[in-house]
Design a protein around this ligand. Structure first.
Ligand code: PBG
Length: 327
């Protein structure tokens, strides 16, 4: 009987060795917490995302302080308006909920973390699409770009440091960049949701922003079958001047993430979306998986695939665990 000479198990024999041999680790500073802010004075739970709430501006202020104490890198804000209309007027109104919340949270937290905003119309339109509709009902790309330009100005004026362009309109990065630069916002950065797929895993997000969608998003978001097309979208966004590109969802698209990370010379982020959150929470609630280990493994896998930072609804809890482990 020949005994194995090469024994990879050696480096797994103790916790200390495993820790030293680990190829990557997750740091609080590279986690971003998505946050929902509604109008009115009370925070409200989101049934399909246990543990996540629609904040009031006041409760969001407290949450952002907590987030900074946990050491995370930033927050991504979504507005939940009371009133919606065809063109998403609330998105560009300086008194619209997203712009008000942005100003409040930037004033609250200063430089302790990066306040970012979702730049998309779906939270603000009554039909729930990411853009404005043409007479025949299709999402009008170029008319939407005009709305995005105005949204970019409103958000930059409100103090957002990084605009998350999640609408998947062609030319949106170039349009927003041009408007920012033409209005003295040269230093406001653009995060392009470049490879954003038409995914079933955004399901709970609809409840989170109280939005009802007429139809689906397949004429603008990517077909889940297409990896090459995801790469092309990222290349285009880099050429148009994006500061960061993103892949979304994360868990089911790690191949796309790895491919974008391999070719990109700017930071690559990934968004662990509402459905990814809900699946783990639901299975854990049933006692079918170990909640903490599943959360840690899911985010670690996204980092391993090549994400420099991860948007995750567990950002603060995960950061707290990571700090405990380091201590
Ligand atoms: C668009 C947007 C969506 C999400 C983030 N930005 C919804 C969509 O495109 O359908 C989904 C995030 C999640 O599911 O956690 N504003």
């Amino acid at each position: 009987m020949t005994k194995p000479v090469i024994r990879p198990r050696r480096l797994r024999t103790s916790g200390a060795l495993r820790r030293l041999a680990s190829e990557i680790r997750v740091n609080p500073a590279e986690l971003v917490l998505p946050m929902f802010v509604r109008e009115g004075d009370d925070a409200r739970p989101i049934t399909s995302m246990p543990g996540v709430v629609q904040h009031s501006i006041d409760s969001a202020r407290r949450a952002v302080v907590q987030a900074a104490e946990a050491g995370i890198g930033g927050i991504m804000l979504f507005g939940v308006p009371d009133v919606r209309d065809a063109t998403g007027t609330g998105a560009t109104d300086p008194k619209g909920i997203l712009n008000l919340a942005t100003r409040a949270l930037v004033d609250e937290i200063g430089d302790a973390l990066v306040v970012q905003t979702d730049l998309c119309l779906d939270e603000f339109t009554d039909h729930g699409h990411c853009g404005v509709l043409a007479a025949d009902g299709h999402v009008d790309n170029d008319a939407t770009l005009e709305r995005y330009r105005d949204m970019a100005l409103a958000q930059a004026t409100a103090g957002s440091a990084l605009l998350g362009l999640s609408g998947m309109m062609d030319g949106q990065v170039a349009a927003v960049r041009e408007t920012l630069d033409g209005n003295g916002f040269e230093d406001t950065a653009v995060l392009a949701y470049s490879a954003k797929y038409a995914s079933a895993f955004y399901g709970p997000f609809r409840e989170a922003v109280a939005s009802t969608l007429v139809g689906d998003r397949r004429t603008y978001q990517l077909d889940p079958a297409n990896r090459r097309e995801g790469l092309r979208e990222a290349q285009l966004d880099i050429a148009e001047g994006a500061d960061i590109v993103m892949v979304k969802p994360a868990g089911g698209y790690l191949d796309v993430l790895a491919a974008v990370a391999a070719m990109s010379d700017i930071p690559v982020w990934a968004y662990q979306v509402s459905g990814e959150y809900a699946m783990i929470e639901a299975a854990a609630a049933q006692g079918w998986i170990d909640r903490r280990r599943a959360i840690e493994e899911s985010v670690l896998s996204i980092r391993r695939a090549g994400a420099d930072a991860v948007l995750t609804y567990w950002a603060v809890e995960l950061a707290t665990w990571l700090k405990e482990e380091q201590a």
